[in-house]
Design a binder for this molecule. Structure first.
Ligand code: UDX
Ligand code: ADP
Length: 477
C-alpha cells in the first residue's frame, strides 16, 4: 500500500519535528498534524517562526519550506483521520499519578482516546503507527479497541474498516532532533503484517539507507525503545555515582570518563557527569520497565533498574546539599543565580529537568533565586516550581513556606550578578561559556561561589578572579 496521506495525532516534541522531516523528504505525501490544543496549533501556524511551540535547531527552516504545501497543522482531528491511510499516534504518555501502577506505569488515557478516535473516524484500511514512548504490549490495547470497531462495523453494516498496528519508536534526542531524524542510526519498525511494515519502510526509504531500517516483531520494537533509554540513563547514573567518588578521593571524573570511554567496548558517549538526567523519557521509561518487571514476577530485575532512578534523585539532592554546605549551611538572605533551567542545552523543554529539583531545594533552604535561561519562558519556570513545591507540601504535609517573591526571572545576563553569593550552572548553554568571571567577581558579594554542574566553566579563570569554584566530580579543587 503506497501511503499518500498521513495524519499525526499530537503536535508535540515528537510529532512536530518528525512530521516536519517526513514532509520535507516526501513531497508527494500530504501530512496533517492535529492536536486538541488550539493554542499549540496556532503557534505552529504562526507567521513568526520564532513563535513555534518548540525550539529545535533547523526546525523553523523546514516549517518555512513545507507548511501549507504538504504539511498542515490543525485541530480538525476527525476530518484528518478520515482522510488518512496512515495515522501516527504521538500523544503524551506521562507516568500515572494515581490508581493501579501509580508512580511507575504510563498513563495510556490519551493513547486509548486516539485509538477510539481512529476506530470511529477512519475509512477503509488504516495503518496505525505507535510513535509515542509506550509500555510493552500497548499495541495489544490499540488492536483490541480497533477490533471492536471492526466488529461493530460489521454488525451495523457500516463500510468495513481494516487496521494494522505498527510500532515505530522515536529515538530522536531534543536539541538535535532534526539531525537525528535526517541521519538516524537506525529506524525500527515492529509489526506482524509484512505489507504494513513495508508501507512504512517505503516512507523512510526516501532518505534512510535500507540497511538502517530494522524490522522486528511488535513487542521487541516496543521493548527496544524502553531498553535503549534505560541503557543510556544507566550510563549517566553510573558516571554520576563515580563523580561523587572522584570528589571524595581526589580523582577527576572527566579524566575517568576519557580513560574508560577510549575502550571501544564502552565508547565515549553518555559519559558526561552532570546534575542528573532529565527529559520526558528516561525516568518514565525506566519506571515502565520496573513496573513491567514487577508485573511479570521479576523483582530483581525491577530493583536493578529502579536503582538507576534512585541514584539520579540522590545525585540531585547531593548537589543542592553541597551548595548549602559551602555557603555556611544556610541560604537565608542569600542571592543565588541559576544559569539554565532546560533539562539540557538547545531545547526549551523543562520536563524532569534537574533544575526543578535543585531550585526547589535551594528555595526551601531560604535562598532568593534569579533564574536565567535563553529559551525557557518565565511562565514555564513558574509552573514547574509551583508544581514541585506543591508536591513536596502534599507528601510532607507542610504548609507552603515558599513565596513567589523568592525568585525572579532574568532576561539577560547583564547585571544579574550584583550582590549575588553564588552562581550555579545547571544547563550547558554556550552563552555561559564566555562569561567574564573577572567582571562577575567585581559584582558579587564575597566570599562568593561558582558551582559548575556541567563542566563548561574554566576553573582557572574563576579562581584567578577571586571566586571559589566547585565543579562536578573534581576531587582536587
Ligand atoms: C532521550 C534519548 O537520547 C532519545 O533517544 C529518546 O528518543 C528520548 O530520550 P532526550 O531526552 O532528548 O533524548 O535527551 P538526551 O540527550 O538523551 O539527554 C537526557 C538527559 O541526560 C539530559 O538531562 C542530559 O543533560 C543528560 N545527559 C546526557 C548527561 O547528564 N550526560 C550525558 O553524557 C548525556
Ligand atoms: P511528546 O514529547 O511525546 O511529543 P508532548 O506533550 O510534547 O509529548 O505532545 C503531545 C501532544 O499530544 C500534546 O500537544 C497534546 O495536546 C496532544 N494530545 C494528547 N491527546 C490527544 C488527543 N486525543 N488528540 C489530539 N491531540 C492529543
Amino acid at each position: 500500500m503506497k501511503i499518500k496521506n498521513i495524519c499525526c495525532i499530537g503536535a508535540g516534541y515528537v510529532g512536530g519535528p518528525t512530521m516536519a522531516v517526513i514532509a520535507e523528504k516526501c513531497k508527494d505525501i500530504i501530512i496533517n498534524v492535529v492536536d486538541v490544543n488550539e493554542e499549540r496549533i496556532k503557534k505552529w501556524n504562526s507567521d513568526h517562526l520564532d513563535e513555534l511551540p518548540i525550539y529545535e535547531p533547523g526546525l523553523d527552516e523546514i516549517i518555512k519550506n513545507c507548511r501549507d504545501k504538504n504539511l498542515y497543522f490543525s485541530n480538525l482531528i476527525e476530518e484528518k483521520i478520515a482522510q488518512a491511510d496512515m495515522v501516527f499516534i504521538s500523544v503524551n504518555t506521562p507516568t500515572k499519578k494515581k490508581g493501579l501502577g501509580a508512580g511507575k506505569a504510563s498513563n495510556l488515557k490519551w493513547v486509548e482516546e486516539c485509538a477510539r478516535q481512529v476506530a470511529k473516524f477512519s475509512n477503509g484500511h488504516t495503518i496505525i503507527v505507535e510513535k509515542s514512548t509506550l509500555p510493552v504490549r500497548t499495541a495489544e490495547v490499540i488492536k483490541s479497541i480497533l477490533d471492536e470497531a471492526k466488529n461493530s462495523g460489521k454488525r451495523n453494516d457500516f463500510t468495513s474498516k481494516t487496521f494494522d498496528v505498527l510500532s515505530n519508536p522515536e529515538f530522536l534526542s531534543e536539541g538535535s532532533a532534526i539531525n537525528d531524524l535526517v541521519n538516524p542510526d537506525r529506524v525500527l519498525i515492529g509489526g506482524d503484517n509484512p505489507e504494513a511494515i513495508e508501507s512504512l519502510a517505503a516512507i523512510y526509504k526516501y532518505w534512510v539507507p535500507e540497511e538502517k531500517i530494522l524490522r522486528t516483531n511488535i513487542w521487541s520494537s516496543e521493548l527496544a525503545k524502553l531498553t535503549a533509554n534505560a541503557f543510556l540513563a544507566q550510563r549517566i547514573s553510573s558516571i554520576n555515582s563515580i563523580s561523587a567518588l572522584c570528589e571524595a578521593t581526589g580523582a577527576d571524573v572527566r579524566e575517568v570518563s576519557r580513560a574508560i570511554g577510549s575502550d571501544s567496548r564502552i565508547g565515549t558517549k553518555f559519559l558526561d557527569s552532570g546534575p542528573g538526567f532529565g527529559g520526558s523519557c528516561f525516568k518514565k521509561d525506566i519506571l515502565n520497565l520496573v513496573y513491567l518487571a514487577d508485573f511479570f514476577g521479576l523483582p530483581e530485575v525491577a530493583t536493578f533498574w529502579e536503582s538507576v532512578v534512585k541514584l539520579n534523585t540522590w545525585h540531585q539532592n547531593r548537589i543542592s546539599q553541597l551548595i548549602t554546605k559551602n555557603l555556611f549551611g544556610t541560604l537565608s538572605n542569600k542571592k543565588i543565580i541559576i544559569l539554565g533551567f532546560a533539562f539540557k542545552a538547545n531545547t526549551n523543554d523543562t520536563r524532569e529537568s534537574a533544575a526543578i529539583q535543585i531550585c526547589k531545594d535551594l528555595l526551601e533552604e531560604g535562598a532568593y533565586l534569579v533564574i536565567h535561561d535563553p529559551k525557557v519562558s518565565p511562565r514555564q519556570i513558574e509552573t514547574d516550581l509551583k508544581k514541585a513545591i506543591f508536591q513536596t507540601n502534599q507528601i510532607e504535609d507542610k504548609s507552603n513556606n515558599i513565596r513567589e517573591s523568592n525568585w525572579s526571572f532574568a532576561n539577560n545576563l547583564s547585571s544579574i550578578f550584583k550582590d549575588a553569593d553564588a552562581v550555579v550552572v545547571l544547563t550547558e548553554w554556550d552563552i555561559y561559556k564566555s562569561i567574564n568571571w573577572n567582571d562577575v567577581s567585581n559584582l558579587m558579594r564575597h566570599p562568593a561561589w561558582i558551582f559548575d554542574t556541567r563542566s563548561i566553566i574554566q576553573g582557572i579563570d574563576v579562581k584567578e578572579s577571586g571566586l571559589n569554584f566547585w565543579q562536578i566530580g573534581d576531587g582536587l579543587i
